[in-house]
Design a protein around this ligand. Structure first.
Ligand SMILES: Cc1cc2nc3c(=O)[nH]c(=O)nc-3n(C[C@H](O)[C@H](O)[C@H](O)COP(=O)(O)OP(=O)(O)OC[C@H]3O[C@@H](n4cnc5c(N)ncnc54)[C@H](O)[C@@H]3O)c2cc1C
Ligand code: SF4
Length: 580
């Protein structure tokens, strides 16, 4: 629906005016809201999905497997109706209510792209796997060093204090490992390795100089600190049922942490069921003045106004909102003077994995279900270019014990039931998280003729792997097999899932940061170069994608930008003419 044909209800401009508007209430939007509200900024958070209240709206959190009609599995009909989202490992009977269903929110895959979304208050912060490593100086220096993308306008030192800021509040567990390319943070106690992992780790760390087997860092509270107790959160019970929502608030989500904290300040207005159509740009004022919102249920259109706008709809949706924000000044999308918006979309390469068995621990077991995986930081091209592909991959790995029925030919009966209560073989696994190089040709754009049920143009995804990614998968599979062999594992099986981009759920870019307005969209404070009262601080802002999980970096970047937004004067905010 073109903006000028919308029937708009302004409800009286003053009633709909706030100091700041945040689009999206997920991981990054929650942080923007918290930081802004703590500074007394009256903040409206607009969320397209339904409200999800912490604890009350986690209907499956304490259910046993036998209390689910399909024992936790997705029925065939639901799977068929949802060919994209059903590929996600976390989309099961216990958590499917947090995932966007394919039919309800269609998009156009010019090239295959599995777009996994969570449209509700809290966004994907409810469903995520909580792996939270800092990026290092090497990731921020990589584009300039290796000659791809554009140089980041920030360095690790700019973000380090903000990593500390978000880690202390969110509660991140980890071990201080003293590794330059996986910097230590403000850690709660680490999770423990099991007996098989201890042996694998010892063998691998002794054999290689450049490969370190470490415990993962994650946003699960191994011990609740004072700041988490103040949030009403407490210690993790090691159940690994987190993607259902945690009644203990023991993992970080917007719902358990940033949003209630922002609400306590009295400065937050949280408005669910509000689909942001576009950002309103005022040519006379030379800045954005607000946003146009469609009520998700009634489809009524309302405008809201503010001097600061944070776009945190998650990478591809932030691209969509900006592409749809057209005006005379910006006919190709807000701030898009040089055809950069929607381009340089990148993601993380999850295709490679390995499985194996490991002997010698038949009389040992472990307690609880640790909600985090051990990892091995990238060892490829860290200090200099060494391989025939650019950048590297982080490796997740671990060992586990099957139940005795795992290799049984039977699937019913007394023997099968007996075997289920016995411990089975030990297994080991490895999987890759590779850095994909951003490319001009990997893009999203808006359909000119196909719209969604709110009259908003559908997004077209045109994103693919290239030769660099293929070489990286091969290298990981070869190196992974060697590492498992060194660790004493047997029956090693290599697997290239060939999965489409997107299923990693770490898509980034399209509104990238950079120093030059001709080659980037955002400056070093995440302001649009061409419209400085609009900040983009979710994955869309990322210049390159690193090999570490990205969400901790989104949090740190958001907190930094929000604090900048409150410190700059209202005069600076009211003009888009000043330099970066
Ligand atoms: C199963 C799974 C496992 C994951 N594991 C990890 C992990 O271990 N580590 C890690 O770092 N990351 C992980 N991620 C990714 C992580 O969840 C995301 O990077 C993170 O949530 C992104 O934060 P965000 O604020 O950008 O987006 P989201 O958290 O997705 O929030 C965006 C919000 O914006 C809303 N929105 C969208 N469009 C509009 C609109 N037009 N108007 C109003 N609101 C809108 C959405 O409904 C949503 O609530 C995982 C994700 C999943 C699903
Ligand atoms: S494992 Fe911990 S964080 Fe996850 S649901 Fe259980 S108690 Fe909550």
């Amino acid at each position: 629906m073109p903006a000028d044909s919308l029937r708009i209800n302004t409800k009286g401009i003053s009633k709909n005016t706030y100091d700041a508007i945040v689009i999206g209430s997920g991981i990054s939007g929650g942080w923007a809201a918290k930081e802004l509200c703590e500074h007394g900024i009256k903040t409206l958070v607009l969320e397209r999905g339904r409200n999800v209240t912490h604890v009350k709206d986690y209907p499956t959190a304490t259910k046993h497997p036998w209390q689910f009609r399909h024992r936790g599995r997705i029925p065939l009909a639901l799977e068929k109706e949802n060919p994209v989202v059903s590929k996600c490992y976390a989309f099961d009977e216990s958590a499917q209510h947090f995932f966007v269903k394919d039919k309800e929110h269609p998009y156009i895959q010019e090239k295959p792209f599995d777009w996994i979304r969570g449209y509700q208050v809290g966004g994907k912060s409810l469903m995520w796997a909580r792996e939270t490593q800092r990026w290092s100086r090497f990731e921020f220096e990589a584009p300039a060093r290796d000659g791809f993308a554009v140089d980041w306008p920030v360095r690790y030192e700019d973000l380090a204090p903000w990593y500390s800021h978000v880690e202390k509040f969110a509660g991140i567990s980890g071990n201080k490992d003293g590794i330059e390319h996986l910097p230590d943070g403000e850690f709660l106690p680490p999770w423990e390795f099991n007996c098989a992992e201890k042996l694998i780790r010892q063998k691998v760390n002794n054999y290689y100089k450049d490969r370190r087997m470490l415990m993962g860092r994650c946003a699960n509270l191994t011990k609740a600190g004072e700041l988490q107790l103040q949030q009403g959160r407490t210690q993790c019970q090691a159940r690994n049922l987190c993607h259902r929502g945690c009644p203990y608030g023991a993992y970080f989500s917007s719902n358990s942490s940033t949003l209630p904290w922002a609400e306590k300040t009295g400065s937050l207005t949280l408005q669910p069921d509000s689909v942001v159509h576009s950002v309103i740009y005022d040519e006379q004022k030379g800045r954005a003045t607000g946003v146009r919102v469609i009520d998700a249920k009634t489809k009524q259109v309302t405008e809201y106004f503010a001097r600061i706008i944070f776009v945190n709809a998650a990478c591809l949706n932030s691209n969509l909102v900006l592409l749809n924000s057209t005006s005379n000044r910006f006919p190709n999308g807000l701030g898009n003077d040089y055809d950069i918006l929607g381009r340089y979309i990148a993601f993380q390469n999850y295709r490679g994995s390995l499985n194996a068995t490991i002997d010698d621990f038949e009389d040992e077991y472990y307690y609880g279900r640790r909600p985090v995986s051990p990892l091995m930081p990238s060892f490829r091209n860290v200090y200099k270019q060494e391989t025939d592909f650019l950048r590297g991959y982080l490796v997740f790995w671990g060992a586990y014990r099957n139940t005795g029925n795992e290799n049984s030919n039977e699937s019913i009966g007394a023997n099968f039931k007996d075997a289920m209560s016995e411990a089975g073989e030990w297994g080991a696994y490895m999987s890759m998280q590779g850095e994909v190089i951003p490319k001009h040709s990997n893009q999203v754009r808006l359909s000119k003729d196909v719209k969604d049920q709110w009259g908003i143009p559908q997004l077209i995804t045109s994103v693919a792997y290239d030769d660099n990614d293929e070489k990286m998968v091969k290298d990981f599979l070869t190196q992974g097999a060697e590492i498992l062999d060194v660790a004493g594992c047997k029956n090693i099986v290599q697997n290239d899932s060939k999965q489409a981009p997107g299923l990693d759920i770490h898509e980034m870019g399209g509104v990238r940061m950079g120093n030059d307005p001709k080659t980037s969209m955002l400056n070093k404070w995440n302001q649009l170069h061409a419209c400085k009262n609009v900040f983009v601080t979710d994955g869309a802002c990322m210049t390159s994608v690193g090999n570490q999980n990205p969400s901790l970096t989104f949090m740190a970047i958001t907190a930094r930008a929000a604090n900048y937004a409150v410190t700059i004067s209202s005069i600076a905010l009211s003009t888009c003419a000043s330099s970066s």
